[in-house]
Design a protein around this ligand. Sequence first.
Ligand SMILES: Cc1cc2nc3c(=O)[nH]c(=O)nc-3n(C[C@H](O)[C@H](O)[C@H](O)COP(=O)(O)O)c2cc1C
Length: 433
Amino acid sequence: MMKSAGYTLIASFNPIHSIILKNHRRLSLNILNGNSAQSKNSTAYIRKHQLHTKVVMVAGQYLPPWFSVAPMMDWTNNHYRTLARLISKHAWLYTEMIAAETIVYQEKNLDRFLEFSPDQHPIVLQIGGNNLDNIAKATELANAYCYDEINLNCGCPSPKVAGHGCFGVRLMLDPKFVAEAMSVIAANSDVPVSVKCRIGVDDHDSYNELCDFIYKVSSQSPTRHFIIHSRKALLNGISPADNRKIPPLKYEYYFGLLRDFPDLRFTINGGINCVDEVNSALRQGAHGVMVGRAAYHNPWYTLGHVDSAVYGAPISDLSRRQVLEQYQVYGDSVLEKYGPHRPSVREVVKPLLHFFYSEPGNGLWKRKADAAFFHCKTIKSFLEETLVAIPDSVLDAPVAKAPSGREDLFANLSDLLPLPYETREQEQEVLYA
Ligand SMILES: Cc1cc2nc3c(=O)[nH]c(=O)nc-3n(C[C@H](O)[C@H](O)[C@H](O)COP(=O)(O)O)c2cc1C
């Protein structure tokens, strides 16, 4: 095994990894074959042999993470990622999107945007942009921070992002530009690159158009990994939050991509709420699963099961009290480090506000937190003042049994699968044969 630029490169083809590769192929077809019992065994086997916490390249193929936390603006900042990493050692963590222009124009102030603690590996930087020079420069500057992957945002529908020029999800309408941007990103970084996109935009929502996008980007750039938020974006002025609710999820498009692009890697995203559903997607053949809102709104239950239920690590006896003790050390060190420019106690505490989701004492704890924000100067004093609201039985218990997911989440997909993709080139060949 060779170490290269912070990630693991398996240079020689060894038997375990050849099984992984074969299984990846076979797993991709499960939705078509209804072969989930077999895939369960294969997946368990793979999990037993590979914890998959670093970027793994197998015979030139990049395997995406089984579980990742989605990039979320204002949410997946350093504070949240620190909390997430305390709960799960194996989940991959995506940064919130950082515009290439921000990185370029803040060259003297880069740590503020790009620095992270080494504990946060594996971590992916997501950038956004529509200017090749800025994307190149931003990637080059970010490369020094040793992220594990660089991702380009082609899915954000926010009018602030998609409304001005071609940025976020509008990039899906210009695959040639995306291919150029991805080539530039790959040329300026030492790590794998990926694209996060929707399944379509407005009326450009046919399966064939999605495939055209994937085909052009992957054939004209080194992109091998696509994260598919499985609903289209509407650019008619609805809010970003509605754009994550109103357009229906079409997982059948995702599984169509697995079938039609067997040499690429796809992560499924959108509406997946717990590890049981993550495992259900993996059993159906998904290469990787990305979870956003559930990992933020219920971090303890969503992330607390990832290491054991997804990666096969021993069940942890970590308690919320232990997590809070470690988070307090982090939080107070941040408050000390940045002096007058430091974040407020409220900002550092923000990711904890969902930590006791649906537990006894949660409502009282939040009311105490609101009062404590006015006078607490440290995270230690904040926790001392507020945690009296939470019973010891909640604070000291390890994560309880994982909640069951919806059984019908991926039901009937084989009936819904779109017709296989044919590239325009193939159509032409048939026409002139
Ligand atoms: C508050 C918030 C901010 C988001 N910011 C980003 C972002 O910066 N980049 C991005 O690609 N997606 C962003 N998203 C979309 C998520 O990454 C994800 O695709 C979406 O929430 C669907 O996944 P989920 O159903 O698991 O939440 C954001 C979502 C939320 C809720």
